[in-house]
Design a protein around this ligand. Structure first.
Ligand code: NAI
Length: 348
C-alpha cells in the first residue's frame, strides 16, 4: 500500500478532495490516505497555516493530494516555517502556502495536462496537450527591488541545471505516455541570454530523445497558434512566467480552470492539485465540481504506476460527463458534489 498525504485545504477543498479520495478508494488503487491539516483551520487550531509536520508527512510519503488553500490578499501576510533540514535548524518565510510547499519540497516542475472531456463546454473539441513549466526560477520568483520611488526592476535568472531537469522530466513524460512532439516556448529573439539559454538547454536535452520531435516558437506566436490550432501541439516546455500565463490560456481552451488538474513534481516528492482556488462563495453547499481534483488524483495514480486504476477512473468520469445526468451546475447539470461522486463510483 502506498501512503498519500491528503491536504483537504480551505473552502470547497474538503468537499472536492473528499470526492476524489472516495473515487480513488472505489477504483481499487493500492493507496491509503494520511490526512493533515493545512490552511485557515490549521492557523486557528495549530497557530500556523502550514505546520512543519505536514512537510514531513509529504516528504515521508513522497506523495500529496492537495485541495486549494486560501491566501489573504495584500498586507504583510507571510508563512513562517521552522524545522530541521539536513541536521540543521532551518527558518524561512513565504508569501503563500502554495509557494512554501513548492520551495520547501523542491517541486521543480509544474505539469498541466490540457484535454477536452465530453460534456464540458469549450470552443474546441480536439485539444490534448501537456505543459511542463519550470517552477523554481525566472522572473516569477519575484527577485525585485526599487531603484528609487519611480523605478523598479526585477531579475530574470535562468540556469542550465534547472532548465535541463525540467526538460528531461518533460521528455521522459512524453516518452512514457506515447506522445510525439515537444515545443519549446521562448523569447530568445529579444532576451538572447536568458531565454537563449533556456532554448539551448531544452534543445540539448531534446537530442537525448531522437524519437520525439522538438520544435520551438517565440512565445507570442505560440499563444496565437494555440488559439488558432491547439490540436497541433503535444508537449510544451516553458520557463516559469510564460508557463504561468500559457497554462491558464490553455485551460481556457478546454473549459476553464474549474476542470484543470495539475502536478508539482520534485526529485523526492510530488504534489497533485486542482488549478482552481478555494471558491469561498460556494463552500459547504454541495455544489462544487470535484472534476479537477479527481483528474489530479488520476495523474497521481499514473505517477505511481497505478495505471489500471487511473484508466478506470478516467473512463468512469468520461461516461458520467457524456451522460450529463449527474453533473454539477457549472457543467450544465443539477447534481451536487456528492451525487456526481456517487455516479462515478457507481460506474467503477
Ligand atoms: P477560485 O478558483 O476559488 O474561484 C473563482 C470562481 O470559480 C468562483 O466563482 C468559484 O465559485 C468558481 N469555482 C472555482 N472552483 C470551482 C469548482 N471546483 N466548482 C465550481 N465552481 C468553482 O478563485 P478566487 O476566488 O480567485 O480565489 C479564492 C481563494 O482561493 C483565494 O484565497 C486564493 O488565494 C485561493 N487560491 C488557491 C489556489 C491553490 O491553493 N492552489 C489556487 C488559486 C486560488
Amino acid at each position: 500500500m502506498k501512503k498519500v498525504t491528503v491536504v483537504p485545504g480551505d473552502g470547497i477543498g474538503p468537499e472536492v478532495v473528499g470526492s476524489a479520495c472516495a473515487i480513488i478508494k472505489a477504483s481499487g488503487a493500492k493507496v491509503e490516505f494520511e490526512e493533515v491539516l493545512v490552511g485557515l483551520r490549521a492557523e486557528k487550531e495549530l497557530g500556523t497555516p502550514l505546520p512543519a509536520s505536514v512537510l514531513e508527512s509529504i516528504e515521508r510519503n513522497g506523495l500529496a493530494l492537495k485541495g486549494p488553500t486560501q491566501t489573504p490578499f495584500g498586507g504583510n501576510y507571510r508563512i513562517y516555517i521552522e524545522r530541521m533540514r539536513g541536521g540543521k535548524e532551518w527558518r524561512a518565510d513565504y508569501p503563500s502556502i502554495a509557494i512554501a510547499l513548492r520551495k520547501e519540497l523542491g517541486l521543480y516542475v509544474n505539469v498541466r495536462p490540457v484535454k477536452n472531456y465530453p460534456g464540458v463546454a469549450s470552443r474546441y473539441d480536439n485539444v490534448d496537450l501537456v505543459i511542463f513549466r519550470e517552477n523554481s526560477e525566472d522572473l516569477y520568483v519575484g527577485n525585485e527591488r526599487m531603484i528609487d520611488d519611480d523605478t523598479a526592476e526585477a531579475i530574470k535568472r535562468i540556469t542550465r541545471g534547472a532548465t535541463e531537469r525540467t526538460a528531461r522530466y518533460g521528455f521522459e513524460y512524453l516518452k512514457k505516455t506515447g506522445r510525439r512532439k515537444m515545443t519549446i516556448g521562448h523569447k530568445a529573439n529579444v532576451m538572447k541570454m536568458t531565454d537563449g539559454l533556456f532554448l539551448k538547454a531544452g534543445q540539448d536535452v531534446a537530442r537525448e530523445y531522437p524519437d520525439i520531435e522538438c520544435d520551438a516558437r517565440v512565445i507570442d506566436a505560440l499563444c496565437m497558434e494555440l488559439v488558432i490550432k491547439p490540436e497541433s501541439f503535444d508537449g510544451l516546455l516553458l520557463a516559469n512566467l510564460f508557463g504561468d500565463i500559457v497554462s491558464d490560456l490553455a485551460a481556457g481552451l478546454v473549459g476553464g480552470l474549474g476542470v484543470a488538474p495539475g502536478a508539482n513534481v520534485g526529485e523526492k516528492c510530488a504534489m497533485f492539485e486542482a488549478v482552481h482556488g478555494s471558491a469561498p462563495d460556494i463552500a459547504g453547499k454541495d455544489i462544487a465540481n470535484p472534476m479537477a481534483v479527481i483528474l489530479s488524483g488520476v495523474l497521481m495514480l499514473r505517477h505511481i504506476g497505478e495505471n489500471d486504476a487511473a484508466g478506470r477512473i478516467d473512463a468512469a468520469l468520461t461516461k458520467v460527463l457524456a451522460e450529463k445526468k449527474h453533473v454539477t451546475r457549472d457543467l450544465g447539470g443539477t447534481a451536487g458534489t456528492r451525487a456526481f461522486t456517487d455516479a462515478i463510483v457507481a460506474k467503477l
